[in-house]
Design a protein around this ligand. Structure first.
Ligand SMILES: [Mg+2]
Length: 377
């Protein structure tokens, strides 16, 4: 009897918390063609022209493409060679991360005027929970409008905003009306919106998965919703549950400020393939210094160091080294890398890319998880 009433109380509590979740108001802000727009802002000669920020024409990858370049089919993560083929007049510009970081800081200060519930996803993207705000109009849409206006005033750049009651829908919405967009999905509209949405447009479903889904006859939200949880987990593993939920408009993830980092990494593609160990060590040094600089900023403690090597024939290997103790100084980090770098990594094709990463983060040194590490036998 007592057990039963306890159980029904639990059910009631979880129903209540779900109701609270339904009334969340979340904005997803995404700057338009961010790096490229900053370059066009700062260099009038680039305005109205197809611009690719990233590696040079011979090697490297496009990090961001201006809208003019996108008309030719150029997009981020595309090899620069391919971009130049699609759009011969494209202008390649070297990225200036210090400037992008500065703009990123400016836009984040604008978000914090409204709430502290800001979760940055990258330099130019963030979720903002505006269910309760410090100031501003009594509507999430009006707040999004005000944020966009202030971004425009402060940075001379445009952003797109998506507004809805959960992260999945807010993020999907910000992509619907780019550039300079404002798109709202109201709770009562969500069902129909998702049912009609082409599978490629679902946030969280990448190109490869979308293709897999299309092959399986899942073309839009309604097709996804028609699949059972068993079917989706069988096909897509753990993520199947996420797909099952989002097809029903359910995404209970909260906006979490200062989300804990899981890894730090950096990589570089070279103008000429590296053929000798001296060259490799030479080129690796600035990358590992950069990674360590970023690692220090996170304030986290990682235990695994990874080295990524891509050869001239685009074949890629990764090596990793884990230590029992988290990395707390540059020497230990460097030593880990040295253990993985010797003549055996060289190949006649040469090395075109090197990357380094630190992962396997434990919380804080004073934290039980980290302490456990030193206590373990
Ligand atoms: Mg963006």
């Amino acid at each position: 009897m007592r057990a039963e009433s306890g159980k029904s109380l639990l059910v009631k509590a979880s129903q209540e918390s779900e109701a609270a979740v339904e009334t969340r108001k979340i904005i997803h802000i995404d700057m338009d063609a961010f790096y490229a727009s900053v370059e066009q802002r700062d260099n009038p000669e680039l305005r109205g022209k197809p611009v690719a920020v990233g590696g040079n024409k011979e090697r490297g990858v496009v990090a961001a493409a201006s809208y003019e370049a996108r008309k030719y089919g150029v997009h981020s993560a595309m090899p620069s060679v391919r971009a130049a083929k699609l759009c011969p007049q494209i202008i390649f510009v070297r990225p200036r991360f210090n400037v992008y970081r500065e703009v990123s800081h400016q836009i984040r200060s604008i978000f914090f005027k409204y709430t502290d519930l800001v979760e940055p996803l990258s330099l130019d993207e963030a979720y903002i929970d505006v269910t309760h705000v410090k100031k501003g109009p009594p509507s999430a849409t009006l707040i999004a409008k005000a944020i966009k206006e202030e971004i425009k005033n402060v940075t001379s750049l445009t952003a797109s905003a998506g507004i809805s009651y959960n992260k999945f829908l807010a993020k999907t919405a910000s992509d619907m009306d780019k550039p300079d967009g404002l798109y709202v999905i109201l709770p009562e509209e969500a069902k129909e919106f998702i049912e009609k949405l082409p599978i490629k447009k679902f946030h969280g479903i990448g190109t490869a998965t979308a293709e897999k889904m299309i092959k399986a006859g899942i073309f839009r939200g309604s097709d996804l919703k028609a699949r059972s949880l068993e079917d989706l987990t069988q096909r897509f593993g753990k993520t199947g549950k996420y797909y099952f939920n989002i097809s029903r408009g359910i995404d209970l993830r909260a906006v979490t400020p200062d989300r804990e980092r899981k890894s730090v990494s950096a990589e570089n593609t070279f103008d000429h393939d590296l053929m000798s160990l001296t060259d490799v060590i030479d080129k690796l040094t600035p990358i590992q210094k950069e990674v360590y600089r970023r690692y220090e900023k996170t304030g986290g403690f990682g235990r695994t160091v990874t080295v990524k090597i891509k050869y001239g024939d685009f074949k890629q290997i990764t090596k990793s080294h884990s230590s029992d103790e988290p990395i707390t100084n540059y020497e230990a980090f460097s030593e880990s890398i040295n253990k993985m770098i010797d003549e055996s990594i060289l190949k006649p094709e040469g090395i075109r890319l090197l990357g380094v990463g630190i992962s396997n983060f434990v919380r804080k040194q004073s934290d039980p998880v980290a302490r456990q590490l030193t206590l373990e036998f």
